[in-house]
Design a protein around this ligand. Sequence first.
Ligand code: ATP
Ligand code: MG
Ligand code: MG
Length: 412
Amino acid sequence: TARGGVKRTALAERAGESCVLPREATIGVLGGGQLGRMFALAAARLGVKVLVLDPTDPAPAAVAAGQVKGSFRDEDAILEFAKKVDVLTVEIEHINTEALQKVAEAGADVQPTPRTLRIIQDKYAQKEHLREFGVPLPPYMRVGLSEESMKEVADTLGYPMMLKSRYLAYDGRGNYVVEDEEDFAAGVKALTENLDEDQKENGLYAEGWVPFVKELAVMVARGREGEVVTYPVVETHHKDSILSELECPANIPEETQKRAREVARLAVSKFEGAGVFGVELFLLQDGRVLLNEIAPRPHNSGHYTIEACVTSQYEQHVRAVLGWPLGDTSLTCGGSSMINILGEASGEEGAEIANNLIGRSLPVPGAYPHWYGKEGVKPGRKIGHITITGTSLLDAVSKKDRILGRKPSSEV
Ligand code: ATP
Ligand code: MG
Ligand code: MG
């Protein structure tokens, strides 16, 4: 097909016969941050071209991808971008799904589907969708602005509760811990401050407080035929609601690992379209596993797969969207860990702190530093990460502690 119009040659139709040759396909990604960058690097190894749509000049992904400057929220930019690629995917869910729906209706190949992206980007709709299929979830409810609505929510969920923004949430920024009635009003005010009047009434929902003992995550890939594979269970640690450290496999009984993978598999199998999904989970004292949220794309808690698994989450996403057979998800080492490098200060000072961490990792065997090449360091900003592989979980955790300048852990 000529590149003039939206392509109608569905890769899916040909995928059954034989693999689409790498050089035949250009994958378009909405967003070109660090996830797009690692995706483009993985695609480059396979000879697959990537084009990213991102307003930053140059976007982090531009080291290995062509870039179209523009916003992944802008309808016109998305319509134009779709003409240049064979299959469209995302590195962020906060994109214009109406525009994606339009290009899909015009014949473009969007993976995962615009409908999946639309459901997942609304955290309340996501929960409603998952509940329908029996995925175990924390209690949750819609929050209206009327006194009656707030009273009903408080009576049902009790305090503390987690008030959440339905849309555009990330790094805990759309969340507010509500301790009591007064706090509830303050939380509603804080989270609806920047919303239009008509969005305010429908912008929030609340979750009952989950007294989790650990947070877990599972990367899941869904192929074009609906086949689903899961990665090992990781344990995640957060600092100010941002992933700060990770260990794999999670230090939990095998039976619990199995349960976590089953919950993640069930959840992802109930969405349409191909790609990698990150599933965040809560582990309760009694061994139950509840789903926190899903990301319809490669995920921070899957970075470790680049060095620690046979098929990285990024290669897996290439395979999934092109309709190739999905790759082996198993660990290639005894255990792995990861340090997220988050900006601790602004500018030069922040860059130096981050650099020192990388420097401390360089002599450590099995440590793989990543630097995202973003312009400027800011507090809380994701600057890079370090993956560590070890002969065992204990080995991977000890090396992580060494890099962080901690006393060796005796916990594992
Ligand atoms: P992300 O950057 O992962 O997209 P987010 O902004 O969408 O994050 P959540 O994942 O909903 O936010 O919540 C952030 C963190 O807040 C969770 O990882 C967990 O530590 C805590 N949290 C979320 N929901 C609850 C809950 N219902 N009860 C207790 N803690 C919670
Ligand atoms: Mg989220
Ligand atoms: Mg989250």
